[in-house]
Design a binder for this molecule. Structure first.
Ligand code: FUB
Length: 324
């Protein structure tokens, strides 16, 4: 399998891949050039629209379906259309996306379409009760739908520990997350209503435990959740995967319930070229595929990324491997 970007005519990142109608659809961020210097707030990720990509098979021709949703169409959003995801339910397609609202607080919006390739019409308000970034939707075999989300540092998750937004928690004693031998910040999950546009349950923390059943600690930057949630199911078990941010790993944790708890399982991908790493995992053609990004197309500019795909494998214990 070649290590080539899916497309080279635009910069793409944060790929959320799904199989709809027998084809692979990829919902990426659309990276753009900017004069904004790199910073830990992520201001350099100044995206203003979304494209959808599709391909009939892995390695096949990739179609760019063009702009399917723009910042200017979203009444509540002010900037930064970050990592999106999509879902299908009852004949409609839903595009979930984070953006800063008019006050600069990240929220999660949803836009609805009739086709997987869009276009998508945004709801006038963000999803009530939503916050932070990187929504990942998951529709289980029983039809129940879930939205996973959250990201620390520029993604503001550290401001929501009380359940309400606290701007002064963005940075405490020079740190944008808890420090030391305390529980790490956890990703969030809520069940989605059948309308797929509202939460059916309170937002709850998603526990990621070590092998001894203890929550991952804040100092454990090699394993603790940072951003880039993804959920998939393999052999009846739930796999929650994510990025460790400043240590640049993609990791996964396994559980028996989509609401957790999950036990840390290992790494999926070592650091790529570029600061961020973000992915999705999808089954297609009875094989499993990791969609991810790096910055090779731009020669290493953190905010100008390109989406790639490689095959992944499971061993007899269900652990994810990059080699058969
Ligand atoms: O693309 C902007 C942000 O960078 C995403 O929301 C994060 O997951 C990281 O990839």
């Amino acid at each position: 399998m070649s290590d080539q970007p899916l497309v080279t005519h635009i910069y793409t990142a944060d790929p959320s891949a799904h199989v709809f109608n027998g084809k692979i659809y990829v919902y990426p961020s659309h990276d753009v050039k900017t004069d904004i210097q790199d910073n830990d707030n992520g201001d350099q990720y100044a995206m203003v629209d979304y494209h959808v990509l599709s391909l009939p098979e892995i390695g096949g021709p990739v179609t760019d379906h063009g702009v399917v949703l723009s910042l200017r169409q979203i009444p509540w959003a002010s900037k930064q259309l970050w990592a999106p995801d999509a879902a299908f339910k009852d004949g409609k397609y839903y595009l979930y996306f984070p953006a800063r609202d008019q006050e600069g607080v990240f929220r999660i919006g949803v836009a609805v379409g009739d086709k997987p390739e869009g276009p998508f019409a945004p709801e006038p308000e963000p999803i009530a009760g939503s916050y932070s970034i990187d929504p990942a939707s998951f529709v289980d075999e029983d039809g129940e739908a879930y939205l996973y989300f959250g990201g620390i540092w520029g993604g503001q998750l550290q401001c929501w520990s009380s359940g309400a937004y606290e701007a002064d928690k963005y940075q405490v004693n020079g740190s944008m997350e808890p420090v030391g031998d305390v529980r790490a910040l956890q990703p969030r999950v809520a069940r989605l209503n059948t309308d797929m546009k509202s939460f059916a349950s309170p937002v709850q923390n998603l526990a990621i435990l070590d092998i001894d059943g203890q929550p991952l600690k804040a100092h454990d930057h090699d394993r603790r959740f940072f951003e880039a949630a993804w959920m998939h199911k393999y052999n009846g078990r739930y796999y929650f995967s994510y990025s460790t941010g400043d240590t640049h790993f993609l990791c996964y944790a396994i559980g028996d319930n989509p609401l957790g708890p999950f036990t840390y399982g290992g790494r999926i991908l070592e650091p790529v070229l570029g600061w961020t790493t973000h992915h999705s995992i999808v089954e297609f053609g009875e094989r499993w595929w990791l969609f991810y990004h790096d910055t090779t197309l731009s020669g290493g500019h953190n905010h100008l990324r390109c989406v790639k795909v490689k095959e992944i494998f499971y061993d007899a214990d269900g652990q994810i491997r990059l080699d058969p």
